[in-house]
Design a binder for this molecule. Sequence first.
Ligand code: S3P
Ligand code: PEP
Length: 426
Amino acid sequence: MNFNNISRLRGEVKLLGDKSISHRAIMLSSISNGNSYIENFLMGKDCLSTVDCFRRMGVDISIEKNNNVKVKGVGLRGLKSPYEYLDVGNSGTTIRLLMGILAGQNFKSTLVGDKSISKRPMNRVTNPLRDMGAIIQGRDDGNFTPITIEGGSLRGIEYNMPVASAQVKSAIILASLYADSKTKITEASKSRNHTEIMLKAFGGDIKADKNEILINKVENLYSQDIYVPGDISSAAFFMCATSMIKGSELLIKDVGLNPTRTGILDVLEKMNGNFEILNKRIICGEEIGDILVRYSKLKAVEIGGELIPRLIDEIPIIAVLATQCEGTTIIKDANELKVKESNRIKSVVSNLKAMGAKIEELEDGMIIKGPTKLKGAYIESFDDHRIAMAFSVASLIADGSTHIDNLSCVNISFPQFFDILKSIIR
Ligand SMILES: O=C(O)C1=C[C@@H](OP(=O)(O)O)[C@@H](O)[C@H](O)C1
Ligand SMILES: C=C(OP(=O)(O)O)C(=O)O
């Protein structure tokens, strides 16, 4: 793949559904009563791992034309004991949210995943679920896969979140559906709230006010039709590419704009980016709109604190963008990057250094001085989809050719990435 000497990006694109919302749509539809239709589902490997796990527990899920999915819900207590391992592949969202649901089942099940998953910490979910009464075993006292969960009757807990993580929060919310008393979760920094929004639509008894969430048990959840908005985390690659390449202009249609996910827009605005939000509306409780973005001369910013959970997956591409900003960009408070598909602080710093960027690694982030003309290099993706895509964008603005290993990992979250990129290169 070589994208040297492109002159600009132009056009109109529509992206497949948001990854976080697609996972939740399969999970909640599976444990509700009735048939749910999911439109614009993300047919990426991670979301298909979620589909596979629920099929193994007896849920009839059919993938139909045009990225639509039909789920025949089995109800809160209708999942069947799987006779094989539940394989979550590369997906942190699948394993952590599923652990919450499995904690409430009257059967024992074992979760496995790929090499990357086997290194990601699960004790952040294991600990609160054990407090609720689940029996969980796994390597290093339930911290790493394979993880076996013996579910059963659970009790509600009061839980102050030690890390800003929507996966942990969602696992506790989903387990609370099976608990005999109320659960209260308090977040220090607000993480994405798609579970709260969708669960309410399915008939869950959940109240979310600022950083506090209260959940009570219900007898049933009821099926819903869900439209999944375009994934802002995928849109971010094209928004940043367009902002960096002179003469570029791109319209990205129907993107999810839930405020817990729009940190990238706040950053672009602070950098002096040129973009407009058009056609803003709400569908299935989620904000959605079109993003019209144009090239502009950018300036450095400081990124940290409560902004981090609102743009955590976008940091690799933001770091690439920062190399083109005038001044010093500081990214801090981003320790969570170390426990993603790769250690994203190290992956970003080593690859940007190889391309000639002025970048310094911090314990919890990085410092980038710009603007720098990047040069082509040999890039290691570390089999991390966001690293492969961020550096594919970096290659567009680099002198000389860039080689990135294992580009196929983009299929985890964005199988159409290269097709869409090719379609907008002018
Ligand atoms: O809940 C979710 O769908 C996600 C939450 C985030 O992880 P954490 O909860 O670990 O921050 C994010 O990085 C991941 O891509 C998706
Ligand atoms: C971290 C990510 O996903 P997950 O945690 O679901 O593997 C991601 O998509 O960047």
